[in-house]
Ligand binder design. Structure first.
Ligand code: NAD
Ligand code: ZN
Ligand code: ZN
Length: 362
């Protein structure tokens, strides 16, 4: 058993509490990883607000991490102690019917199908003050050591800087893949990206890499515009600067709407606005933002009947275990620069400060 620090969420709406926790050794088919760095994604904030489905408290959140294998359980063959790894918040068991489908990156062992609040044997490896603490998406990267099933761990290049490539565990890969894999943005096209957090900025990088010629960035926080432009946005607009709905503004700017629109916020209203912003016949709208649990969208069916495509993405469509090591290789070859997404670097003791910065739009 390892004693180390972890940021524990004891209850909905409470700040995280940095505690000493006990982390049990990995059982058969499991890997214990020393987490070196982790990002904060808005999905972690959804958990603290209690709006992510099926999460049990107390829980150790965090799902955008990178680390080093400390020990492995019986039967583990794909990684060994000392290997650099990225824990996968979307597993790839390689055996379920979805994993066997080359078109799908959804694994039937993921949280959407079966809550990953305990490990597959239905027990937790974390305790704190005599209480069992739940896992989050099996990865719980806000712990200095975490135990993960082998099929939710990807071995990466030993040269990878863990404090940078941790962003490939969620935010960067989700946004970049939403453009490249899910929307399949074509060269010369026009795109609109709603929400310029880490994920939305990564969508812009993906649209640019795919050759889009116009990329319109939309956010209510105009402080986000400089970075969006640096990454490839050709126009930046705030819905607050217009009297008419933003979908009308975008339709006027483009003639018949954009070719591809992306909602990267997680609100029902902006999801329908993004749908209405794309071309009524050939437009593709991708839902990336995670809506609050139980939210419902009502929309005019004519929006889709005229031919638009409305789709969603989990982690940008990448089959995680196969693709994350390749994305790390591309990072090392400087094919993209996800480092620009890093705004602050803090020690784990200041994790709540990190969330304050996220809430303040910094
Ligand atoms: P973030 O908080 O860093 O960014 C959100 C941005 O949206 C902010 O810049 C904010 O100003 C802007 N915004 C808020 N309300 C707005 C409005 N009404 N109109 C325009 N802009 C508005 O968040 P993030 O970490 O980039 O995550 C974005 C979303 O993506 C979250 O919902 C997160 O849960 C989701 N997400 C989904 C996946 C997936 O697999 N589909 C993966 C990662 C994150
Ligand atoms: Zn995330
Ligand atoms: Zn599977």
């Amino acid at each position: 058993v390892i004693r180390c620090r972890a940021a524990v969420a004891w209850a909905v709406g409470k700040p995280l509490s940095v505690e000493e926790v006990e982390v049990a050794p990995p059982k058969a088919g499991e890997v214990r990883v020393k987490i070196v760095a982790t990002g904060i994604c808005h999905t972690d904030e959804h958990i603290l607000e209690g709006s992510f489905p099926n999460v049990d408290f107390p829980v150790i959140p965090g799902h955008e991490g990178a680390g080093i294998v400390e020990s492995v359980g019986e039967g583990v063959t794909s990684v060994k102690p000392g290997d650099k790894v990225i824990p996968l918040c979307l597993p790839q068991c390689g055996e379920c019917s979805f994993c066997l489908n080359p078109e799908s990156n959804y694994c039937l062992k993921c949280h959407v199908s079966e809550p990953q609040t305990v490990l597959p044997d239905k027990t937790s490896r974390f305790t704190c003050k005599g209480k069992q603490i739940h896992h989050f998406l099996w990865v719980s990267t806000f712990a200095e050591y975490t135990v993960i099933p082998e099929y939710a761990v990807a071995k990466i290049d030993a040269a990878a800087p863990l404090d940078k490539v941790c962003l490939l565990a969620c935010g960067f890969s989700t946004g970049y893949g939403a453009a490249i894999n899910t929307a399949k943005v074509k060269p010369g096209s026009t795109c609109a990206v709603f929400g310029l957090g880490g994920v939305g900025l990564s969508v812009i990088m993906g649209c640019k890499a795919a050759g889009a010629s116009r990329i319109i960035a939309v956010d209510i926080n105009s402080d986000k515009f400089a970075k969006a432009k640096e990454l490839g946005a050709t126009h930046c607009i705030s819905p607050h600067d217009f009297k008419k709905p933003i979908q009308e503004v975008l339709t006027e700017m483009t003639g018949h709407g954009v070719d591809y629109s992306f909602e990267v916020i997680g609100l029902a209203d902006t999801m329908t606005a993004a749908l209405a912003s794309c071309n009524m016949n050939t437009g593709v709208c991708v839902m990336v933002g995670v809506p609050a649990s139980g939210s419902v969208i009502s929309f005019d069916p004519m929006l889709v009947l005229s031919g638009r495509t409305w789709k969603g993405t989990l982690l940008g469509g990448w089959k995680m275990r196969d693709c994350i090591p390749k994305l790390v290789a591309s990072y090392l070859e400087k094919k993209f620069n996800s480092d620009v997404l890093i705004t602050h670097t803090l020690p784990i003791a200041k994790v709540n400060e990190g969330f304050e910065l996220l809430r303040a739009g910094k």
